[in-house]
Design a protein around this ligand. Sequence first.
Ligand code: NAD
Ligand code: IPM
Ligand code: MN
Length: 351
Amino acid sequence: MAYEIATIPGDGIGPTVVDAARPVLERFGADAGVDVTWTEFDWGSDRYRAEGAMMPDDGLETLEPFDAILLGAVGDPEIPDHVTLNGLMLPIRKGFDQQVCKRPSTLYDGVESPLRGYEDGDIDLVVFRENTEGEYADIGGREHRGHPHEVAVQSAVYTRRGTEAVVRAAFEAAADRAGHLTNVTKSNAQAHGMVFWDEVVADVAAEFPEVEVERLLVDAAAMDLVRRPDEFDVLVASNLFGDILTDVGAIVSGSMGLAPSANLNVDGDYPSMFEPVHGSAPDIAGEGVANPLATLLSGAMLFDHLGESDAADALEGAVADQLADPDAPRTPDLGGSAGTEEVAEDVLARR
Ligand code: NAD
Ligand code: IPM
Ligand code: MN
């Protein structure tokens, strides 16, 4: 099949990892009969500096016809993050109704966890993060700026539709994996939104009697992801909780540079977006040492979403192969000294 893919490399290490990943995706796709045509959009902080906006006014209309979007990262030390993120990435997640954010954390063979005693496959979990509302709702305001009685209000929003979408996706995944589900909540302190959240989980759970459900408060969940990451299977969490827990999941399974993510429009009305979990990493931007594997694994999720499981499996297999090979090049986050390009080219050589 042939697909039109939009790429938004973005800021910092975003262009480094997307440039390295694109030819790899292209070749793995071609091997599996998948013909990918790329269209690149130079949206991001440089555009903001030049034109006062991260993307054009009709950015979403421009992206809508594409089959999928591959995003690098957004964020620039010179521009406030709420300006860059609300100008580019968050409007795509929200505007394209990408309610379900799927973020696997896998400890690959050959990768060292900072936690003692875990190896190959011991950590294998997936977080389903609500992705368009919750604590990220653009509801609130500021008043009396500069006065002693200055006030800021930021409200969280939980709709039955949005909550159900991510909870159902999580239960479906747990049923598929013949696994169990952890509902991450904070209904001890948040008596409105999170009690509602728990009720939706209970409603959907009734449709999946075969899935065992565990309930954890988010603070305990953060602790347990460090204490017993091997015992998790599928987790479901609100937007902010899912954001925080997936950085923990990424690092306990080796590196931020290995964590992929899919922002899914479940109804198929709009394109879905694939991006590494990590950000623009200004501390290493421009050095050519960013790990491209999170982006490649996001590309595998993209293929999978398009129904191209052969391409997805071959690509993920080649990444796993590289990680398991003690002589393979590695970027510094994995203890090596190789550059982004070298690592991507080595994955390509494992076709
Ligand atoms: P970050 O994920 O960019 O970096 C955290 C740490 O992980 C840094 O030490 C970085 O060097 C390391 N790291 C990240 N990706 C790596 C890779 N591929 N290879 C090797 N090391 C890697 O998080 P941050 O520093 O909190 O945020 C930096 C900027 O990115 C901020 O502007 C933030 O708002 C933005 N951000 C954007 C996204 C996104 O676009 N999806 C995600 C997170 C943060
Ligand atoms: C992520 C990022 C974003 C988020 C930020 C940059 C808005 O941290 O994709 O994990 O919180 O969703
Ligand atoms: Mn994050």
